[in-house]
Design a protein around this ligand. Sequence first.
Ligand SMILES: Cc1cc2nc3c(=O)[nH]c(=O)nc-3n(C[C@H](O)[C@H](O)[C@H](O)COP(=O)(O)OP(=O)(O)OC[C@H]3O[C@@H](n4cnc5c(N)ncnc54)[C@H](O)[C@@H]3O)c2cc1C
Length: 366
Amino acid sequence: MAKKTFADLIKEVHEKGLCGRCGGCVSFCSAGDFGVIEMSPDGPPVYINKDKCLECGICYLICPQIIAFKDELKAKYKFDYPLGYYKRITQAQTTDENILRIATDGGVVTSLLIYLLDKGLIDGAILSKKIGPFSREAIIATTKEDILESAGSTYDVSHSIYETSKYSTYTPTITSLKKSEEKEFKKLAVVGTPCQITTIRKMQELGVVPSNNISYVFGLFCTENFSFDKFLKEKLENQLKIKLKDIKKINIKENLIIDLINGKRINIKFEQLEDYMRPACHACKDYSNHFSDLSFGGLGAPDGFTTVVIRRPNGEEIFNGAVRQGYIKEKSLKKDEKQDIISKISKYSNWKAERAARFLENLEKN
Ligand SMILES: Cc1cc2nc3c(=O)[nH]c(=O)nc-3n(C[C@H](O)[C@H](O)[C@H](O)COP(=O)(O)OP(=O)(O)OC[C@H]3O[C@@H](n4cnc5c(N)ncnc54)[C@H](O)[C@@H]3O)c2cc1C
């Protein structure tokens, strides 16, 4: 059978509106020097030099929307429905007051990254640095300061992002991985949503350089990402009866939670936000980031704590190490509290998987 190429990605993913613009295909195009494909300003990546395509098929295989390698990943990571394989589920909090103040939930992701850097277990981390309430950019963090700049979702309202025309909670962090190759990083951590982590695991499965330099894979729980332009921004502001510049913090747990500078909190159900959802998210079945070493979410946790799913031995080792060395503290949970957290993650995992199944079925029919 002929190898599938970027032309097949266009047909099977782009034309169906399923491209999440993760940037994996463009970053890892094996004919990179010839500039065969590139990101477009808004839509999916495009051919710019089709004749030079080597037709190696890597772009097709690593796309998170393509089924290839998913069975291999499920087997390798001992996938079990609906949560994926895990060793332990717990909750924790950073011991650093400053991190807790700026973190999304318990600041566990930030503290674990600082622990890894302090102990020389990584030389960099691929993160998403905030530049506004609905906007971030991909960075390779090499210092504690860089890691802190990526923490949380509390924003400085003076940021210039309010003048831009595109808003998105999604960051194409994978594009930084290619840059890490040029700078010769050897031990990297990556933090990402399930689609990003799936792409990374596919690259590792295929031996695509430099994914072999990733030592720690931190997955975030994810219901969906939002993206909108100026028109939809005004619509959202009218719908919520707020101005985006008045937002202090955004969080996603059972609902989208918006904390305003004036101290007011608004809870918005996901169903009310369908107009702003990235279409690619409709097709995603992974809520709790099945293929990560550790996954993190706010779901089921009280304010100021992160729910942590410890999946792989390396994840367990660094979590325990960070507790022992006083970077984070683990919450003591009773048996029924643990069960409640597992039930909540299962509920959202089932909901997301069923939503994707319905969406894909309708797509097939039309
Ligand atoms: C788009 C998105 C959707 C989410 N949906 C849910 C959900 O439905 N339910 C739930 O319980 N939790 C969800 N989370 C996870 C949750 O918001 C927290 O990130 C998690 O609980 C870790 O909290 P923390 O305080 O330990 O992290 P922090 O210490 O605050 O660190 C946050 C880390 O996340 C990284 N990050 C932030 N935004 C992005 C992004 N867009 N792409 C890649 N990396 C990013 C930063 O680089 C930083 O390292 C979502 C996160 C994101 C980014």
